[in-house]
Unconditional design. Structure first.
Length: 177
């Protein structure tokens, strides 16, 4: 019976390595984001002489949006791997981000929520800049921008509530005694 227990425990412990291919998928998505960002910059250089200020700002916002998502991917890949799979061996010249090893799963969720709020803010700003004049005869709740604001505020409130819950539930575990 002890052998079966040991085998089960070892299998459960080794199962964490099933996450590694998922991190590789996220890395491939990061590569796709990099390719898309380079493509966007090349396009921006092609149209810069005849692009309006609004088009330039919207293009820059799209790039900022991609960078935010890419940063989020890096944070999730590195911290999740180190938290759930194995400690990263950064000996020698290899740099290790200062935040690595200090982020737990709850902090990752909060950072994800904050990044979603930032991304939503950029999309909302883009929608406001590109919006046609509003028809005053339409009710407010029948307006596309109204619903974008409602969705954005939902993200903001969710992120705030997650941070409050995290602070109440887990703050005592993070502070040294």
């Amino acid at each position: 019976m002890k052998f079966i227990e040991m085998l089960l425990e070892r299998t459960i412990l080794l199962s964490r390595w099933l996450l590694a291919p998922l991190y590789l998928v996220l890395i491939s998505i990061l590569i796709l984001f990099t390719i898309k960002a380079v493509q966007e910059v090349i396009h921006l250089f092609e149209i810069i002489l005849h692009a309006s200020e609004t088009e330039l700002i919207l293009s820059v916002l799209a790039l900022v949006d991609m960078v935010l998502v890419a940063n989020l991917l890096v944070m999730i890949i590195l911290s999740s791997y180190e938290t759930f799979v194995s400690a990263l061996d950064t000996t020698g010249d290899q740099e290790k981000p200062s935040w690595l090893g200090k982020i737990d799963a709850a902090t990752i969720k909060i950072k994800l929520a904050v990044a979603i709020v930032a991304i939503s803010s950029i999309h909302l700003l883009k929608a406001f800049m590109a919006a046609p004049p509003q028809d005053s005869d339409k009710p407010l709740w029948n307006n596309h921008l109204f619903w974008l604001v409602v969705i954005h505020l939902t993200f903001v409130i969710s992120a705030l509530l997650m941070a409050v819950v995290d602070r109440i539930a887990f703050a005592q575990h993070r502070t040294p005694h």
